[in-house]
Design a protein around this ligand. Sequence first.
Ligand SMILES: Cc1ncc(COP(=O)(O)O)c(C=O)c1O
Length: 361
Amino acid sequence: MEGLRIPGPTPCPADVLRAMARQMINHRGPEFAQILHDVTAKLKQLFQTKGDVFLLTCSGTGGLEAAIVNTLSPGDKVLSVSVGFFGERFASIAEQFGAEVIPLRYEWGRVADVDEIRRALQAEPRIKAVLITHNETSTGVTNDLASISSVVKEADKLLLVDAISSLGSIDLPVDGWHCDVTVTASQKGWMVPPGLAMVSVSPEAWQAHASAKMPRFTWDFTRARSYLEIGQTPWTPAVSLVFALSVSLEMMLKEGLANIVARHARVGKAARDGAKSLGLSLFAEEKYASNTVTAVSVTDALDTKKLLKIMREEHQIVLAGGQQNLSGKIFRIGHLGWVTEDDIKTIISALKIALPKAGAL
Ligand SMILES: Cc1ncc(COP(=O)(O)O)c(C=O)c1O
């Protein structure tokens, strides 16, 4: 359904869907090895990395778990920079596996402060890694990862990045910004159904991995690397999703990363301008507003559930509500992956009709 405008899963182009209708192949045979090799090479281009990239059969959260368990040991101190729901999840995973999490939390809707991160790192020199969400999907905020990275690297810490809803849509030069483990997932800007996480691993992350003691099996990078060398994954992969990814990556490279990033910037601006033209206010400070998801604040007069129902039933457009304590306070427009400015125009026109019916204006 092309009217699916939540921040993932995103709509998939017909060619991507068709690729999944293929018959199965041997995931330990030469054809799969060729596809995996090709997909990995293309992912490296889009991650802008010369480091390793692995495909994991899981959703994004599995990739976040992989980032933690492959680089840390129980008792390690980590600085969790959290600006929303997904920042909290990253911290919970670290805590669950025995890390000592030092939280640096921001009010939801705000961006992380680089100087505060620097001070937090100076205050506790034993911190081993920093957890950061590049693009906080729950609030529609994009952190200034380039600046955060320079502070983290100045202090010589590992940088573990949740780039689930940014990579492949918003510029993120993984090597240029010294990201040690960077995680994304297929159902976001990659235009592929849910089920694959993609993670990059830097040489520094490999060094940390060599002594990391957290329990791990399924997501062990050493296993992933040794199997990738023979064109395989350690466990049976989601073969159909790999077929789909192969097609979407081809489409992405044809468009070109710079063009994709520019398109998302235009689409993000169109969503923000469109919302404002309807008299709505943006939840995030505009300077840090995300180009993949726009969070719109709602007044008490507006019944968000009713608005989403009208949009769905009368306009065939599915938008997202707020998560956790933002439920009823915001709604979100997902605009990542297969999306154009015309799609945004359609959403804004539909909102113009639906808002008064749901109590606004
Ligand atoms: C920024 C961010 N982190 C983590 C996740 C969790 O990913 P998944 O639901 O694929 O496990 C999401 C999914 O929406 C996300 O947007």
